[in-house]
Design a protein around this ligand. Structure first.
Ligand SMILES: CC(C)(COP(=O)(O)OP(=O)(O)OC[C@H]1O[C@@H](n2cnc3c(N)ncnc32)[C@H](O)[C@@H]1OP(=O)(O)O)[C@@H](O)C(=O)NCCC(=O)NCCS
Length: 219
């Protein structure tokens, strides 16, 4: 989701408070998703300074929609994510490392139709954490959440053709490139081509079944 659905100036009317209560209804508060080294949780207003530091550097931002330019702007973005989650249209997780509560990045999922059967995801992680496994672990937690909790059947992603790292990351988690959307993304005054990728629920479940059968010892 290089084109972030959020942009400065969108009204933020909800005053929903972030919640870490695990609810069967994700619209009331996102669950905490725990991996070996990462923990994904709902964003909080106090994440604004660390997200500002992590996501506004040139290497992180150059192929995605321009992030907010101030800590206050990130605060408004966080309020907007909570409003959209309450509306059932979108979920945004903070990426944290086990034992530390600092947000080092985000994963976003938004509906492409009202049933949420088709959706789009996007992600950005601070460059000090690139290549550490945080992306892959976080991505697997989000894929599981999308297919098993949101009920997504097809999860799309768009990556600028020039964003080699973005392509490598998507392919690592089973995304399949389906085509190129020519000149579909305006960034820095230039229209960029984007590749369209998708992960399907059936492929995810087949991978999960294969993993668990490998993990089960055969006597
Ligand atoms: C996208 C992002 C979250 C991935 O996290 P990451 O920690 O960099 O990802 P990983 O290192 O686990 O995986 C990237 C893979 O791409 C590979 N890669 C790096 N440069 C590449 C290139 N030019 N072409 C192809 N693959 C490349 C890496 O070698 C790695 O694969 P490997 O682990 O098998 O060696 C992170 O790079 C980021 O935040 N980028 C900026 C935001 C962004 O572009 N988001 C949109 C992505 S569509």
């Amino acid at each position: 989701m290089e084109k972030m659905p959020y942009r400065e100036g969108l009204s933020v009317v909800s005053h929903a408070t972030p919640s870490e209560v695990i609810s069967s209804d994700w619209r009331a508060g996102l669950p905490v998703l725990t991996g070996k080294q990462v923990v994904l949780r709902e964003l909080r207003p106090s994440d604004a300074p660390s997200l500002f530091a992590m996501l506004t550097t040139e290497e992180v931002a150059r192929f995605i929609s321009p992030p907010p330019t101030t800590i206050e702007g990130f605060g408004r973005f966080i309020s907007w994510t909570l409003q959209q989650r309450t509306a059932g249209a979108y979920a945004c997780f903070a990426v944290t490392i086990q034992g530390f509560d600092t947000a080092i990045g985000i994963f976003q999922v938004r509906q492409l139709d009202p049933s949420f059967e088709t959706a789009e995801w996007g992600f950005a992680i601070g460059s000090p954490f690139w290549g550490t496994g945080a992306f892959q672990q976080g991505a697997e937690l989000v894929l599981d959440f999308a297919f098993n909790t949101l009920g997504v059947h097809r999860l799309e992603a768009r990556a600028a053709v020039k964003n080699g790292r973005g392509h490598g990351a998507l392919m690592k988690v089973g995304a399949v490139q389906e085509g190129v959307l020519r000149k579909s993304f305006l960034r820095g005054g230039e229209y960029l081509d984007q590749a369209l990728y998708a992960n399907l629920a059936e492929d995810w479940w087949a991978r999960a079944a294969a993993r668990s059968s490998r993990a089960t010892p055969v006597h």
